[in-house]
Design a protein. Structure first.
Length: 636
């Protein structure tokens, strides 16, 4: 619609141009909703299309306050040349009135396809319901405190499992253990190497020592993350000073959240839900930053009334690919390490030292008024993986702090042993530069044994900031295939196409297949199978150990991942990574993306990019619209 007007007969074609050729679904949805309305109007058409688009982009809702009065050319710069210069969103007061009088937009709790809350956030109804379910669960569990069956036993366990640190250093792992034990909802955040999984192994030990018959379930968003959680727990408990009975009571297996909940392609509800809760006293979820809002809501709905939930993750990482940034919204800045007087008294009684914590003291002096999630959120501070001189550790902290100039100055000196920086080559020179990095990929293609193949995959990976474009994952994968073919590693057909499937090919599932139990993000390798007369099979790691073998033609939608996007690398770690950034800034490149990329590396990072792009990305924190922060913290 045009500025200063409340209606415009031309808004429908203008809207279609704004949304672009790839957003047909958004436009059709908007027209469908407008046809359902008692009072169809252009304001509804625009809002319905935008909320559909925003949800596809990972937002939970459409914040009308941020868009009201703004021109569509500013919202859709890629299509700005196709739009009338005066085409803009309506004023907020007019917009909300027109939506509410349409008959298809209701207030929270009303039965309507779209929900408009009191802060002018517009939701698809099911996403409003998901957010409400998560909010209700957190409010309920955060307000509870669990009684300790045997305080003396817990004190001895804390002292045994967490040896004293040199004062005045606070042992945040020990604090997290106490918080997870007394609060039925707890979040333990921390960067790579801060000991999240070893901490949770100790928490589980304390739990089974108090309750020998405790039912504990371990889960993660992807098969790879579940396998890593399971391995970490099993390794940690081997070295713990615990009795054989307690060790036997600890869980041995982890699974994906989809498998945990019994989510299938042919069912309306998961197997486990509010009316049929999980048989669990405690559920632990690793890599919680990857869990989207719908999946988190289903998990929380499936927990029994007395069930506990521990979320592990890094609040500074990228959010889930699907709508929502639940972990980031829960771990609101300034809310970590806040403890109530009751918790501090209990900590003193059990010899859990908080006195040396400047973070805790600052939070305590800020206000005597309790907040909803006091005692529930703990961030691990000490890094046990990286050497104090580690460039990966130091630079990741600089990125997290939003200090681009310090990052650029540090890495461009190329004096760090584990981080190397170089300017991105011209698109025409990229193949020649990539040819110098083929050793690890050649090793993968020459490997015929699954264990060795997955070890090669974990040693090195090329990560791309974008999927499309001259430096995107799609083009880089094509360049790598051609380079490998030139070396005789791959065979191309006469028309220049690589074979669809070949030995050593790394593949990633891109669409859930509930029948096969393969989910978006699961990674496999195609290898000759000696048990099938050397025929090609796709091997996938099982969380319980061993490998699954599948015919390549049975695989659901998948892609080759010699190179992959940073988003797809979440939940994985590699010894060495090469990060390719595009030559120009992009709204996709955010502080969280750069942080996630750098922290995927265990030993070294090589970055190809420009200072301009890196600076712009670190200066751009990711933001996803939702009402969860407001519901939990009263902040917008």
């Amino acid at each position: 619609m045009t500025r200063g007007q409340n209606t415009s007969q031309g808004s429908d074609p203008a809207l279609a141009m704004a949304l672009g050729p790839t957003a047909g679904l958004d436009h059709h949805f908007a027209r469908f909703v407008n046809r359902l309305a008692n009072k169809p109007n252009p304001e509804l058409l625009l809002a319905a299309a935008l909320v559909s688009r925003r949800t596809s982009d990972g937002h939970v809702c459409l914040d009308l306050r941020r868009l009201a009065g703004r021109g569509l050319t500013a919202l859709f710069p890629d299509n700005a040349g196709l739009l009338p210069a005066d085409c803009c969103c309506p004023d907020l007061s007019i917009w909300t009135v027109r939506l509410l009088e349409s008959g298809v937009v209701g207030r929270p709790g009303e039965d309507a396809p779209l929900v408009l809350d009191q802060d002018a956030r517009l939701y698809l109804h099911r996403y409003w319901q998901y957010e409400k379910n998560v909010t209700d669960f957190i409010r309920d569990r955060a307000g509870q405190t669990t009684a300790i069956p045997d305080p003396a036993l817990l004190a001895r366990g804390l002292a045994r499992l967490f040896p004293p640190l040199a004062p005045p250093e606070t042992d945040w792992q020990k604090v997290a253990a106490l918080a997870a034990f007394v609060k039925p909802f707890c979040v333990i955040s921390g960067g790579p190497g801060t000991g999240k999984t070893s901490t949770v192994a100790k928490i589980l030990t304390l739990f089974v020592e108090q309750t020998a018959t405790a039912r504990i379930l371990l889960a993660a968003p992807t098969g790879k993350a579940a396998a890593r959680l399971q391995d970490a727990i099993n390794q940690a408990k081997q070295g713990l000073p615990i009795s054989p009975a307690a060790a036997a009571a600890l869980p041995d297996n982890a699974c994906t959240l989809h498998r945990l909940l019994g989510i299938g392609s042919h069912t309306v509800l998961p197997r486990f839900h509010a009316a049929n809760p999980l048989p669990a006293d405690l559920v632990v979820v690793d890599e919680a930053s990857m869990v989207d809002l719908p999946l988190m809501a289903k998990l929380m709905q499936a927990l029994p009334p007395t069930g506990r939930l521990i979320l592990l993750g890094d609040r500074n990482q990228l959010a889930s690919v699907e709508p929502g940034a639940v972990l980031g919204d829960i771990c609101h800045p300034g809310a970590m390490q806040r403890f109530s007087p009751v918790f501090r008294a209990l900590a003193a009684e059990l010899a859990v030292d908080l006195a040396g914590s400047p973070v805790e003291n600052a939070a305590a002096s800020e206000s005597e008024e309790n907040t909803l999630l006091d005692d529930c959120l703990v961030e691990l501070q000490k890094n046990y993986r990286f050497d104090p001189a580690s460039g990966i550790h130091a630079v990741s902290r600089m990125i997290r702090a939003g200090a681009p100039e310090t990052v650029i100055e540090t890495i461009s000196s190329n004096t760090l042993p584990d981080i190397n920086w170089t300017e991105i080559p011209e698109p025409g020179q990229l193949a020649a530069r990539l040819a110098q990095r083929l050793q690890h990929l050649t090793t993968l293609l020459e490997t015929a044994e699954p264990v060795a193949a997955f070890a090669a995959l974990d040693r090195f990976r090329i990560l791309c900031g974008l999927r499309h474009g001259p430096y995107g994952a799609n083009r880089v994968n094509e360049l790598l295939k051609k380079l490998l073919a030139k070396q005789g590693q791959l065979v191309f057909s006469k028309n220049g196409d690589a074979a669809r499937h070949y030995p050593g090919q790394p593949v990633m599932i891109t669409r859930n297949d509930y029948t096969l139990g393969l989910y978006n993000g699961d990674t496999g390798v195609l290898l000759p199978d000696p048990e099938a007369s050397g025929q090609l099979r796709a091997f996938f790691r099982e969380t319980a150990g061993g490998f699954r073998r599948l015919l390549p033609l049975r695989l659901p939608a998948h892609e080759t991942v010699f190179a992959m996007t940073v988003h797809k690398s979440q939940g994985s770690e590699f010894d060495h990574i090469l990060l390719l950034l595009p030559a120009t800034p992009s709204p996709v490149l955010t502080r969280e993306l750069i942080y996630t990329a750098v922290t995927r590396a265990r030993r070294s990072v090589e970055i190809w990019g420009t200072a301009e792009v890196l600076r712009a990305a670190i200066n751009l924190p990711a933001r996803r619209d939702s009402g969860l922060i407001s519901a939990l913290w009263g902040k917008n």
